[in-house]
Each structure stands twice: as C-alpha cells, then as structure tokens.
Design a protein around this ligand. Structure first.
Ligand code: DLL
Length: 443
C-alpha cells in the first residue's frame, strides 16, 4: 500500500487544458500545428523541412485538418546530427535563451534550444506533470536528475518552481548527501531515474535509514525504461507512490507525458505535443490501441519546431478515457525502442559511440563487446575489447595505459565511467551476420 490513498484531496485541481472537451482540443491542436509548420517551413536554418515538403509537393497551406499531418515528412535523430549544431533552429540566435544536448548516434551530441516562450511551455508541461502526481506548493521536491546539458534536472526544477513547490536541486550523485537532504529537509517528493532511486533506497537501508519513516511520499521517475514489477518493488519497499514520467530532449525534455493517480498509462500533454503511432518498418500510421513507434510533433515550440519526430520509442495510444477525467490521451509505458540505443544510468548510449571512441585509439582492434549489468540498483558498463597481437607482446604498463586511454575516450564521448577489460586477440565471438555488440543483463 502506498502511504496515501488516492483521494481527491491529495490531488489538487489540474490545468483546465488537461480536461478540454475534445472538439476544442482538436481545434487548438490544428491551429497550433499550422503555426508550427509555417514557422519551420519558412525559418528553419537548414531549410530541411521546406526541401522535403517541396519534394513531396506539400505546402503549409495544405494542412487543413489534423489528418493532413500524415502528408508531412518525418524527422529523425540523424537529421539533428546532419545539421549539427543549429540546423533545425527556426529563430535568430538572440532569441535562444538556453541550450541542452543529448547523445547523438556517433561522437557529437545533438543540440536543442529554447526561447523564453519555450522555457515557459516546458515549465508549464512539467508543472502539469507534478500536479498529476498529486504535488502542490506544500511539497518539498528533491531533484536528483542531473543538472547540466541533460534536460532532466533543469526541466524538473523549473516545473517544481512553476508549481510553487520548494525545490531542492541536489542533482545526481553523492548518494550519502542525497539521503541526508531527504531526511533533514523534510523532502516529500523526489525526481530521479527509477534505478537511481532504488540505489538511494538501498544505501539508505544500509545506513539504517527507513524511507517509510521520512516524509517522502511521491517519486517522479523516468528517463529510462522500467517495469510494473519495479514499481511494485519500489512502492512496497518504501511506501511511496511511484509515477512514470516520459520525455525526450528533441521534443522538450521531461514533461511530454506522465501517469496520473490511476497509474495506468501516461497522459500526453496533447495541446503541446501531438502524438501519432506508426509502423516502424512501413512508416504507415497505426490505429489507436496498436503498438508501434511514437511520433511526436511540437505544437507550441519556437526555437526548434519539431515536425513528426520519430522517437524510436515503442508504445500504443490508449483510447478509453481515463478515470481521472483528463481528456488528453495516454500512451502505454515505454518498454523498448526500435533502435539499439541503451540507457545507462539515465544516459543515452549508442554502441556506435563506443565504437567511435575505441577506434580513436591505436592498438585497439574493431572487435568489442559491451556488457551492461546492474549492481546495487546502479547500471554498470563493461567494455571488453581485443588488442592487436603487436601490443599484446608489450609490457603490462603499456597495457594499463591503453586501458586508461580507452576509458577516457569513452568517458569523454558518453560521460560514463566504463570498466575496460582487455581480452586476447580473436576471443570475442565473430558473427556472420549482424555483430552482437551488446549483452544487457539488467533484465
Ligand atoms: O531522458 C528526458 C527525461 C528526463 C525524461 C527526466 C524523463 C525524466 P533524453 O536524454 O533525450 O531525455 O532521452 C530520451 O529516454 O526517447 C526514451 O527512450 C527514454 N525515456 C525517457 N523517459 C522514459 C520513460 C530524457 N519514462 C529517451 N520510460 C526517450 C522509458 C524513457 N523510456
């Protein structure tokens, strides 16, 4: 049982926009869709949307109904990479007040930007997320998502402040201090990855701190896939209510979708983000209820109006209205992606990034294996790599230098400390088809 029953009193009234009658919501979406397409078509720095729409013979004026969105081209993470850093921006640089970045598929990150109005939209979306979790100005909210280029920390922070909660910006890491703050500051809500929370809870138990005896009652967990079983474990072992929050940098950051008190699917703030589900193979739209790849279009963003972004996240749109009364649709919990991106301690990692880092170093052969495990709730990444026979003959000291250089190259590319294991030449299994580069033992 969670600490509080799901009574209306613990869920303050949410934004009216969550409950708009559907005809009104659809009209608002259509108006905003037209504005977004116009902005991107005429002002995107790289002109990519215009080129693609012109090739397809579609003009912004052709968008007359929401269904016409299907005539627009898709965008992918590679489009952000290919136009790095600012190619998809649609406003002059002077209007951009913030930049964040997220992993690209190779060495360079992808860059996303925000005007002041975008920051306001993001803060409002996050505020509505926190309301949906039953939080209010009476809460003390610890933000243990990383602050920095990652959108998690600052996204949750601004949402918490917009709500009027007391925000404690601990950022990630230094778990002992997290536990001290949680106890001493009377923290009632925590925002972090679910895996980091299980780590905090485990360390707290080791230190003799019982989370049930603290004031903590709500967790806002996301940035990585987690399961219903993990939710039950967290709720049963700590007595808090654990909500799933979803988002991605390319669209805004955290705040695209959240579970309400029903904890059954995540409401997408459809007045800001328009969801579609497509078949990732054929790119055809799928009917509501069918599982496929989530495609999102931003309806109120200025710096990067994002049209039909293929998230690679696999989910489905739920059709039935939620018992909470919100009219904005829900997506089911996201359990997997249609590409090979790994999420390690909330950080996105592509095997191709690891490969790019390895290949920068002399003496490393192109045979490697990434092994991901979870120890005490924390993800660990080991990179096994073969070394060329010439190097193997050399002294131990040089091998250690090589290990250090590889670990450094990986850290500077993805920001994660990996254990680097050197293995003898020709010991990593060769494949005749697609190479198996990753063993994920996290279950
Ligand atoms: O992870 C934004 C975020 C921060 C979301 C804090 C929630 C909380 P990125 O680093 O760009 O942004 O990673 C986005 O993470 O496409 C999903 O694959 C994955 N992801 C995010 N939230 C969830 C979730 C942030 N609740 C990528 N469940 C997305 C499953 C998630 N996967």
């Amino acid at each position: 049982m969670t600490r509080e029953s799901h009574c209306d009193a613990c869920f303050p009234p949410a934004s009216a926009l969550d409950y708009l009658p559907l005809p009104e919501l659809r009209a608002l979406q259509l108006r905003r869709l037209k504005e977004s397409v116009n902005l991107a078509y005429h002002h995107q720095e790289s002109g990519l949307l215009k080129r693609r729409m012109d090739e397809a013979g579609v003009k912004p004026e052709d968008i007359k109904s929401l269904d016409d969105i299907r005539r627009l081209p898709f965008f992918l993470k590679t489009d952000l990479r290919d136009t790095y850093p600012y190619g998809l921006f649609a406003v002059p640089r002077e209007q951009v007040v913030r930049l964040h970045a997220s992993s690209g598929t190779t060495g360079k990150p992808i860059v996303v930007g925000y005007t002041q109005s975008d920051i306001d939209v993001w803060s409002d979306a996050m505020r509505r997320c926190l309301l949906a979790c039953g939080l209010s100005e009476h809460d003390v909210m610890q933000v243990s998502y990383g602050y920095g280029l990652f959108t998690g920390g600052l996204g949750a922070h601004y949402g918490g402040e917009a709500l009027g909660a007391t925000v404690v910006p601990t950022s990630g890491g230094n778990t002992e201090r997290q536990i001290m703050v949680l106890q001493d500051f009377g923290v009632t809500a925590i925002c972090c990855t679910p895996s980091y929370f299980t780590h905090i809870a485990e360390k707290a138990a080791e230190a003799g701190v019982n989370i049930r005896e603290t004031k903590l009652r709500v967790g806002v967990f996301g940035a990585e896939p987690w399961t219903e079983a993990m939710r039950q474990h967290i709720q049963d072992s700590t007595g808090i209510r654990a909500h799933d929050i979803y988002g991605l940098s390319e669209i805004i950051g955290p705040g695209v979708a959240i579970e309400c008190r029903e904890q059954n699917g995540l409401h997408v703030f459809e007045d800001y983000f328009y969801p579609e589900i497509i078949d990732p193979e054929t790119c055809e739209n799928l009917p509501d209820g069918e599982e496929g790849e989530l495609v999102l279009t931003t309806l109120s963003k200025q710096a990067i109006p994002m049209i039909r972004y293929r998230t690679r996240d696999i989910t489905s749109l739920m059709t039935e209205q939620c018992a909470c009364g919100r009219t904005v649709r829900r997506i089911r919990r996201i359990g997997r992606r249609s590409d090979d991106m790994l999420i390690i301690r909330g950080v996105n990692v592509y095997p191709s990034q690891i490969e790019a880092a390895l290949m920068r170093i002399k003496g490393v052969s192109p045979h490697y294996l990434i092994v991901v495990t979870r120890e005490s709730g924390l993800d660990q990444m080991e990179v096994q790599m073969e070394i060329t026979p010439e190097i193997l003959g050399d002294r131990i000291r040089e091998l250690e230098d090589l290990q250090g250089a590889v670990a450094h190259a990986i850290y500077s590319t993805v920001g994660i400390n990996a254990k680097v294991t050197l293995v003898e030449s020709k010991t990593i299994a060769r494949s005749e088809g697609k190479a198996k580069r990753v063993i994920d033992k996290r279950g």
